[in-house]
Design a protein around this ligand. Sequence first.
Ligand code: AMP
Length: 177
Amino acid sequence: MDTSFNLDPVIRKIPDFPKKGILFYDITSILMDPKAFGYCVSQMVSRYRSAGLDAIAAIEARGFLFGAPLALELGLPLQLVRKQGKLPGQTVSLTYELEYGSDTVEMHQQDLRRGQRVLIVDDLIATGGTVRATADLIERAGSSVHEVFSVIGLPFLGYVARLAPVPVHTLLTYDSE
Ligand code: AMP
């Protein structure tokens, strides 16, 4: 697999979605391009194959698309991180502040074990609020977050500081919206 694949032209940029002033980085155009999607998955597989992971935690909904092939390829359990009220079993949850209002992430309690080394996967990290709440859920359960993987990062929104000391790895970053 080409290790220098240029993802940027594949990612569709949609201005003013879902509201005015937001430039939305749309990864559905990666899914429509098997070479680009394959590049993303192979980059993840080679980075994490020997990382000593015990589980992958993927964030609703687009994080599932990248977390699932990775978990399958590495032979690891896949934990789903969902918005409130979607998971049918007993859950643990954490509410975090957004610019306006708040949001809640949930995981199945029985998926969280003590002493595990977990990789968090999402498609895009903006402020890092969702990932921070996910990392807190995992750490509260007595496990540790090895790293956060995201296809796209928007570091100017401050996720590095918000997530420190948990490291973040992205395939590409954008400097401003
Ligand atoms: P945050 O909690 O601020 O890091 O937001 C993370 C979630 O919002 C991710 O799961 C992204 O899918 C979505 N998101 C936030 N901003 C954007 C954007 N500019 N383009 C695409 N998705 C975004």
